[in-house]
Design a protein around this ligand. Sequence first.
Ligand code: AVJ
Length: 348
Amino acid sequence: MKPEFQWLADIDAAPVAGAQRASVSALKPLASVPAIDPQFEADVLEGLDDDQKHIPSIWLYDRRGSELFEEITQVTEYYPTRTETRLLAGLAPQLESEIGGVHSLIEIGSGSSRKTRLLLAAMGSLVRYVPVDISADFLREAASGLARDFPGLEVQPVVADFTAPFALPSCGRATDDCAGNLGFFPGSTIGNFTPQAAVALMTQLGRTLGPRSRLLIGVDTTQDPALLIPAYDDAAGVTAQFNLNLLDRINRELDGDFDRRDFRHLARHDPQHGRVEMHLVSQRAHEVHVRGRTFAFAAGETIHTENCYKYTPSQFLHMAHAAHWRCERSWQDGGRTGFTVYLLRRDA
Ligand code: AVJ
């Protein structure tokens, strides 16, 4: 193995990220009760106890966080969304002839489902849309909007943490008819995962989607700090609000007493890991309480809240192969970002 891929050395043995987590529940049209999530509590209490305080980025996406992320996708400095949307608009009309007989589109971490419309409009063979997202209310709204606009389409939302194995709802077809499954994992969300976790996730998605299924996945490759830093620290401060919302969520759901004025948003580029990191920086020495526990902050101490890896094509293809996917086609942005959409196929 070449040194640049040394970090891939032991990924084959890596366990599925978060496999111990809660399982899927079907989406029910209930009033939303913000139940306390024991995993959230455990992640926060453990993460704040570490030398480098950290909280897994999945917890940024409550209702408010998902709304703020949608706002981020609209700010000028945030190039990934519009770059990927442009790529998808170009490739969508080619997909149907490229891959015939696709009946189900399964979107991983669906958010507002905006990019999905491009695919649904271009692929007449699709009869079923399965959006999978952790934010139930957000998912419900996006799903009902799509069901309204594509009346012939069966929409089957799944509320799930997709980092844990989840089952696809039955599509009433022969169980081995997976060649018609097209997974859709846009937004470079794969960048939230370390190389090991990304391979584990793609392996698990391959099992869920089934033999001979496909995966259309967007991956940001940008390494230029002049593009990256403003994208993760926009002038209007939307990304800062998104990051700080995590403190409000802890206060609300875990009896915390964070004062967001004591923290500042920080985005920093780590060229060695090829990633952007988001942190919340304590502005003074102080103590915070969560669930009756006390956590001390030094001035300048940070909570690491997100990693956004920018995988190069060779890194990404290495990971895809390790997860038993092969590349059928790819479409790369010709501009400064190098953002790439890959069409992967699972052999068996
Ligand atoms: C949702 C992981 C794709 O990494 O660009 C955007 C998250 N965080 N701004 C990204 C994010 C701050 C976003 N992903």
